[in-house]
Design a protein around this ligand. Structure first.
Ligand code: SF4
Length: 218
């Protein structure tokens, strides 16, 4: 049995682990990565188009983003928008280089609403999952750490296929609780060496399933 643990994490790593430790272990400890598929490619393409439109590389809103045309137009007019920034955080949550991060975070888009307020947006392709709102709390925590003057964060998920927004608000008073919550969430993942399979509704499409010639018994 391997005694390796997961040394670094991200929201997507934690989300995968929460769904199935075996899947996370295969992908992030043993390096058995699922090849890209049509859904992943579509998500990447949408992110790429959104970044290009917000940064002004393209001037016509792509069909895939059209349900958020007004919102994208508003954001693209700003001159203080940041896209696809990569941040790293050490295990004491101090900021560090992305490559050295214990936690690694990539924010789709954010801008300063005022000197003490940020607006953060994460783009989603595909179905609406309430679970995704946890991602906003992690990104808000990262923003509060990166920008000590920020007191309030409005964070949105934009479900590009549906035109649905899920919005959350955070204040600096939330930081101690957010640290406690995220430290507790990731602690079991970061000491796990067994990565036991957890059968679930996604097994039939799982790359690691024995039905797809993977090594999982399910
Ligand atoms: S088939 Fe199911 S139990 Fe096995 S790794 Fe995939 S998600 Fe986990």
């Amino acid at each position: 049995m391997s005694s390796e643990t997961m040394k670094t994490w991200s929201y997507s790593r934690w989300k995968t682990y929460a769904q199935c430790p075996y899947k996370a272990g295969q992908q992030y400890v043993h390096g058995v990565r699922e090849p890209s598929n049509a859904a992943m490619d579509r998500g990447s393409a949408n992110h790429d188009m959104a970044q290009k439109y917000v940064e002004g590389t393209i001037s016509i809103i792509p069909y895939e983003l059209a349900k958020f045309e007004v919102q994208f137009q508003t954001v693209a007019k700003r001159d203080d928008v940041y896209c696809e920034l990569e941040w790293g955080f050490a295990s004491n949550w101090e900021p560090c280089d992305y490559a050295d991060g214990w936690l690694r975070m990539r924010l789709d888009t954010f801008y300063f609403k005022s000197p003490d307020a940020l607006h953060v947006t994460d783009y989603k392709t595909g179905r609406v999952y309430d679970e995704n709102e946890k991602q906003l709390s992690l990104y808000a925590l990262g923003c509060f750490i990166k920008f000590p003057s920020i007191q309030k964060i409005d964070a949105d998920l934009w479900y590009l296929d549906h035109g649905i927004t899920r919005a959350s608000e955070f204040t600096r008073d939330d930081v101690p609780d957010l640290l406690d919550v995220w430290n507790a969430r990731v602690a079991p993942m970061l000491i796990d060496t067994e990565f036991v399979p957890c059968p679930n509704q996604y097994c039939r499409n799982c790359y690691h399933s024995h039905t797809k010639h993977g090594t999982c018994i399910f």
